[in-house]
Design a protein around this ligand. Structure first.
Ligand SMILES: Nc1ncnc2c1ncn2[C@@H]1O[C@H](COP(=O)(O)OP(=O)(O)O)[C@@H](O)[C@H]1O
Ligand SMILES: [Mg+2]
Length: 239
């Protein structure tokens, strides 16, 4: 994806999403407009059922909106073929989703290398990137551990390293610290902020953590399928 200087990284316009459940149409997203600039760090908060995960899926091009458009760097990705979408996702977006589990039969290192292997990349440079990332997330001593031999927090950090291995512009994270204790959660938060500062990666994070939301330079609040506030604060990045 190439981003023109005057274009936001992501632009969501008039997005609606309904699901059909037992013959009834259930509206879940009821008109979402959102712009995210390159290098931003923002979180989405709101009560359970507000539509946060649904919005993240649409942003991740894992599902199509019922109405509206989603632009990346000016390109409407809702018109892409599924082959083009798969390639776009693989190199532009990193996912830290709870259902995106690590593969249990592979080591931490192999899990982190997986997106590159799927793309047909050779092992050499990919391995170096994966090792460097595992070092960055503090898992230098855990490269050959399998997920079952790692704590929950360590697994989340492996998932984060995996999300970053293709050097995506955007990382989408759904409750990345949802299952972690306070201390482990805190170190994960620090990691996200550090990666945003050092690499300029854009992070869009759904969270229930008041602590994380309190540190975020931008907080989008969703309720009942709509955005009911979108506030920037100088607390952290000054943006
Ligand atoms: N595949 C689906 N079929 C029917 N309803 C769904 C589906 N996915 C989500 N929903 C409904 O959409 C609403 C929003 O879900 P979700 O986006 O997961 O909320 P949040 O992440 O904010 O808790 C919920 O009421 C949920 O039941
Ligand atoms: Mg959710």
């Amino acid at each position: 994806m190439s981003v023109m200087p005057d274009q936001p990284l992501v632009k969501v316009e008039g997005v609606e999403k309904s699901f059909v459940h037992e013959g009834r149409t259930v509206p879940v997203l009821k008109g979402i407009d959102l712009r995210v600039d390159e290098g931003e760090m923002l979180c989405i908060v709101g009560p359970s059922g507000a539509g946060k995960s649904t919005l993240l899926h649409l942003l991740g091009t894992l599902d199509l909106p019922s109405a509206g458009q989603i632009f990346y760097g000016g390109d409407d990705v809702t018109t892409y073929s599924s082959a083009r979408l798969a390639a776009f996702r693989n190199h532009s977006i990193g996912f830290v989703f709870q259902f995106h589990h690590l593969l249990p039969e592979f080591t931490a290192l192999e899990n982190v290398m997986m997106p590159g292997r799927i793309r047909g990349e050779g092992k050499g440079a990919l391995r170096e990137r994966a090792e460097a990332l595992l070092l960055e997330v503090g898992l230098k001593e855990r490269l050959t551990h399998r997920p079952g031999e790692l704590s929950g927090g360590e697994q989340q950090r492996v998932a984060l390293a995996r999300a970053l291995v293709m050097n995506p512009r955007l990382v989408l994270a759904d409750e990345p610290t949802g299952n972690l204790d306070t201390t482990t959660g805190r170190s994960m938060h620090e990691l996200l902020f550090g990666l945003n500062e050092n690499r300029g990666t854009t992070f869009l994070v759904v969270t229930h953590s008041r602590e994380l939301a309190g540190q975020m330079p931008r907080v989008v609040h969703m309720r009942d399928g709509r955005i009911d506030s979108d506030e920037k604060s100088p607390r952290r990045n000054g943006s």
